[in-house]
Design a protein around this ligand. Structure first.
Ligand code: TRP
Length: 336
């Protein structure tokens, strides 16, 4: 039987930290043996929020190296802007998407608030508003069956399905299959400095642990993790302690996890000890990733060539869909 296609995208903004690793990348790596996986570095999307032009190209390559170091196969990874057909399909889909539909997107509301908070010189772009339509193009152009998504992307996937249905209706063809979300249990890692907030690069240094941080830095950040904020009465776990346990589980230390959980239940857990175990687990888990990154950096040129080649291959597939779409919607087509 033919393997089903899984597709997902990641923006080249900010560094890879443990929140992004545990929340998505670790899962992407695990899906590779079972599915035909397509992962995209979505640099068109990264332009929807205010950004520094000079940083985008280096950030795109850096993320490619990081993802490969995490275990993504270079042949499964491509760069969105090397397949401009995404932008072309985006236009077609824009004409089939209701203005009112986009108005309901909660991520737009969140992100436009963030833009406003950056100051009055920043503009909320129409790109930010229509970005879910580009995401629909990313997914449908390869006829993906499954999209591993977090809760924050659920609404965008629903929109993708609506767009596919509308396209099929308007063209009278069963052209696009409707993609399904692939919900896998992924841990939601919080900031160790403020365990009531999600781990995030935009909140500053203290609020995220870099996936490529040195062992010393990891130890320091875990040691200073907040454990006593919030409700800490007997038998109740504070958000900070809960987050440390979550990190332990995410680094696949089931034995340590159960053992320490038992101490906690018996009221015998020393937070200092918990922190030591978590720091060690994270250092050991990230060690091979750090090492692979070193190797990749030495051979940067070759890795870039690989990504360029896989992007060219993806482009061929995208062009096929794009040609068919243009024919179906009544656009003159250039074949080459
Ligand atoms: N919107 C996603 C995010 O912000 C990134 C993304 C772009 C994506 N295109 C996609 C995710 C296609 C899944 C499928 O995280």
């Amino acid at each position: 039987m033919e393997q089903k296609t899984v597709l997902s995208g990641i923006q080249p903004t900010g560094k890879l930290h443990l929140g992004r690793y545990f929340g998505a990348i670790q899962n992407w790596v695990k899906l590779q043996p079972e599915y035909h996986c397509i992962y995209s570095i979505v640099n068109y999307h990264a332009m929807t929020m205010p950004y520094q032009i000079k940083d985008l190209v280096p950030a795109t390559w850096e993320l490619a190296f990081d993802l490969i170091a995490c275990g993504l196969k270079p042949e499964n990874l491509f760069i969105q802007s090397l397949v401009p057909e995404h932008a072309e399909l985006f236009w077609v889909f824009n004409t089939m998407t209701g203005y009112g539909e986009l108005k309901k997107m909660t991520q737009f509301k969140d992100k436009s608030t963030q833009v406003n908070e950056r100051g009055k010189d920043e503009v909320i772009s129409s790109g930010l508003y229509t970005y879910p339509v580009l995401q629909a193009a990313d997914i449908l152009i390869y006829r993906a069956h499954y999209v591993p998504v977090g809760k924050d992307q659920e609404q965008h996937l629903e929109l993708t399905r609506n767009i596919a249905q509308r396209f099929n209706f308007l063209t009278g063809k069963d052209f696009f299959e409707l993609p399904e979300p692939l919900f896998t249990e992924v841990p939601k890692v919080m900031s160790t400095a403020d365990p009531t907030r999600k781990m995030s690069a935009s909140q500053g240094e203290k609020h995220h642990i870099d996936l490529f941080a040195t062992p010393e830095r990891i130890t320091k950040q875990i040691k200073s993790a907040v454990t006593d904020a919030g409700d800490t009465h007997q038998g109740h776990m504070s958000p900070g302690v809960e987050n440390l346990f979550r990190l332990l589980k995410a680094s696949e230390r089931a034995d340590d996890y159960h053992q320490l959980m038992e101490s906690f239940d018996q009221g015998k857990l020393q937070y200092g000890h918990l922190k030591e175990v978590v720091a060690r687990a994270l250092i050991e888990m990230t060690e091979p990733i750090r090492q692979r990154k070193q190797t990749i950096i030495i051979d940067k040129k070759r890795v870039k060539e690989q990504i360029r080649a896989s992007s060219a291959e993806m482009r061929q597939r995208a062009q096929k869909t794009s040609h068919e779409v243009k024919e179906l919607v009544g656009l003159l087509n250039v074949r080459f």
